[in-house]
Design a protein around this ligand. Structure first.
Ligand code: NAD
Length: 355
């Protein structure tokens, strides 16, 4: 069996962190399958693009013929599937692309993955894994107490989370019905380098550096559990290598923060690292804006199963990870300028007015 992994969505935020880790810390060959939407950027892989174990396939996961050709050419020992439309606000303004990529695209990968898996010899079939990367948002919203576990009932609230829930169910069914050796992981909010600046942390960081307003939904009281992206990548590898087919694993950082706390923390770090007397204290740039429709109140995750069964532990605390992240954006303004010169220009999305 080859040591070749297909990684879908490897030009995105989490996918690129995974590809960098696989090429620097393991001996897998990596085939990155990505359509390069607005969120995919090959510049995120500049550090590893010359590695002889890396190859790139420009393809849409909804294109069955292209996916069939990629399986047949590269003969992978597994798939780690991250390709998706991933921004909740965009799913409110235009859900169709979320259903297409997240639901139909996952179906297409499963369908072609199953045909390929059936063509393998016994030992390769036994070793093969189809790993699906999902979110804790499929579980809905929590009140003040409690944590999502692997057995929490699904209750997705946004078009994004509903499309991810749909894909999780397809993956589960392909295991149950066809015995495809699947693994699903559900993770809390990620942050770190190379995140497209439409998500809270990079958006606020770049606006704070530039002295622009810092939009915060509602009163900023919504709570998210934050995981540093490299900790997610190490969890994905642990699940791929040690996870049991048919199982699901939750990953979280044990770092619950209100959005307003996150924004204030970023303001303090930016004030320290790039003081600007004309701008003054960045907290004065905070503006509370109309809340996102249907905004989930709280997410928090119990990752004890992954810790126990996979031997996985996050390394970064929120304090260490957020400082590293802000420093990275300050040092990588060229990357930020390049990814933003496309369709997205830090405009306000998700009010449901652009449909
Ligand atoms: P991202 O938006 O940064 O990247 C998505 C990548 O998928 C991009 O490179 C894009 O070009 C590619 N892509 C989109 N549609 C495609 C298609 N039809 N065919 C091929 N490639 C396509 O997303 P991310 O934040 O890196 O998230 C990766 C995965 O992890 C997603 O499945 C997401 O649901 C999941 N996830 C994300 C978070 C988070 O906080 N960002 C948390 C938990 C789970």
């Amino acid at each position: 069996m080859t040591r070749t992994l297909l990684v879908t969505g490897g030009a995105g935020f989490i996918g690129s962190a995974l590809v960098r880790m696989l090429l620097t810390a393991t001996d897998y060959n990596v085939v990155n399958v990505d359509k390069l939407t607005y969120a995919g950027n090959l510049e995120s892989l500049n550090d590893v693009a010359d590695n002889s174990r890396y190859s790139f396939e420009l393809a849409d996961i909804c294109d069955a013929e292209a996916i069939r050709g990629i399986f047949s050419q590269h003969q992978p020992c597994g798939v780690i599937h991250l390709a998706a439309e991933s921004h909740v606000d965009r799913s409110i303004d235009g859900p169709a692309e979320f259903i297409r990529t997240n639901v139909f695209g996952t179906f297409t990968l499963l369908d072609e993955g199953l045909k390929y898996w059936k063509s393998l010899d016994d030992s390769a079939r036994g070793a093969f894994r189809f790993q699906h990367v999902s979110t804790d948002e499929v579980f809905g919203s929590l009140g003040k107490d409690g944590l999502f576990t692997e057995t929490t009932a699904y209750q997705p609230n946004s078009p994004y989370s509903a499309s991810k829930a749909g894909s999780d169910h397809l993956v589960r069914a392909w295991h149950h019905t066809f015995k495809l050796p699947t693994i699903t992981t559900n993770c809390s909010n990620n942050y770190g380098p190379y995140q497209f600046p439409e998500k809270l942390i990079p958006l606020v960081t770049l606006n704070a550096i530039a002295g622009k307003e810092l939009p915060v939904y509602g009163k900023g009281e919504n709570i998210r559990d934050w995981l540093y992206v490299d900790d997610h990548a190490s969890g994905l590898l642990a699940a791929f290598e040690r996870g049991k087919p048919g199982e699901t694993y939750n990953f979280g950082g044990n770092n619950e923060r209100t959005n307003i706390d996150v924004v204030r923390t970023i303001c303090r770090i930016v004030d320290k690292l790039v003081p600007d007397s004309k701008i003054g204290a960045r907290e004065s740039l905070i503006r509370f804006v109309t809340d996102r429709p249907g905004h989930d109140m709280r997410y928090a995750i119990d990752s004890s199963k992954a810790q126990r069964d996979l031997g996985w532990m996050p390394r970064e605390t929120f304090e260490s990870g957020i400082e590293k992240t802000v420093r990275w954006y300050i040092d990588n303004m060229t990357w930020c300028e390049h990814v933003q010169s496309g369709a997205y220009r830090r405009e306000r999305l998700g009010l449901g007015v652009n449909q």
